[in-house]
Design a protein around this ligand. Structure first.
Ligand SMILES: [Zn+2]
Length: 267
């Protein structure tokens, strides 16, 4: 049993690294409406096309010492950070939920939020495509989770679970829209982007309605010190809220961990 758990844990982690590598591409290219496939990954300085070995997540970065093999230009460590983050989130998802529909929900949420963090931090854009795909996949996840085991799948419970998750998303969306209207009134200018409000639908769907309110507070608490540092580093006056909201949602989602389940996995 324990060997099997470790085997799956390693597989999930490696898949996370590989998917994270792809999410980098999506986060950097989708907001610019670029193709996700062409051109293939290349050095942004010398355009040298990356070979198979240079595409290995994390390891290639370490082996090459964080430099392009061809022109020795420094490669941003952001890519590696997001690969590792995705790997860890995939690993957590498996450890918490095992091979279940809930694990699928966890993987979808992690994937969408990683892409949102990359894209919103870099371009201040949360692509609509990502939100729509996320809501659709989460819907499938909640439907399957509600229905239970395939051997005695309950269609009624499946539809109820799906309806509840959409209701949670909608209430969170409305609340965030209210916060925005209040902010606009208070500051006499656009206080929040439309992306954050749409993102809230997805977060509410995943972590539930009352809890999604906490994510807004938690995001502000996490965001404030980081925003102060970024304002100095990035020489900009705009700090996107989406990445903080995403991190807060992930923390709250995984805090619902039942630690006993994890111990049972290893027994
Ligand atoms: Zn290069």
């Amino acid at each position: 049993m324990i060997l099997l758990v470790i085997y799956y844990a390693v597989v999930f982690f490696i898949f996370g690294l590989v998917f994270g590598s792809f999410y980098n591409v999506v986060g950097y290219r989708l907001p610019k409406k670029e193709s996700l496939v062409f051109p293939s990954s290349h050095c942004t300085v010398c355009n040298h096309k990356l070979g198979a070995l240079e595409l290995i997540p994390v390891l290639s970065f370490l082996i090459q010492g964080g430099k392009c093999k061809h022109c020795k230009a420094k490669i941003s460590w952001y890519y590696t950070i997001f690969e590792l983050l995705t790997g860890l989130l995939f690993l957590f998802s498996y450890l918490r939920f095992g091979l279940t529909a809930s694990c699928f929900i966890s993987l979808v949420l992690a994937s969408i939020l990683v892409i949102v963090i990359i894209s919103d931090y870099k371009y201040y854009i949360i692509p609509n495509e990502i939100i729509v795909i996320g809501i659709f996949l989460l819907g499938i996840g909640f439907f399957l989770e509600g229905g239970g085991a395939f051997s005695h799948f309950s269609w009624t419970r499946a539809w109820i679970r799906l309806f509840h998750s959409i209701q949670n998303g909608f209430l969170s969306f409305l609340l965030m829209y209210g916060v925005k209207l209040f902010g606009d009134f208070l500051f006499k200018k656009e206080s929040m982007g439309g992306g954050d409000i749409k993102l809230m639908f997805l977060i509410g769907m995943s972590i539930g309605f009352p809890l999604s309110i906490i994510s807004i507070f938690l995001a502000s608490i996490i965001g404030l010190p980081i925003a102060l540092v970024l304002l100095k580093l990035k020489s900009t006056h705009v700090i996107p809220f989406g990445p903080f909201l995403s991190v807060a949602a992930l923390i709250l989602f995984f805090l619902q961990w039942n630690w006993l389940d994890i111990l049972l996995l290893f027994s």
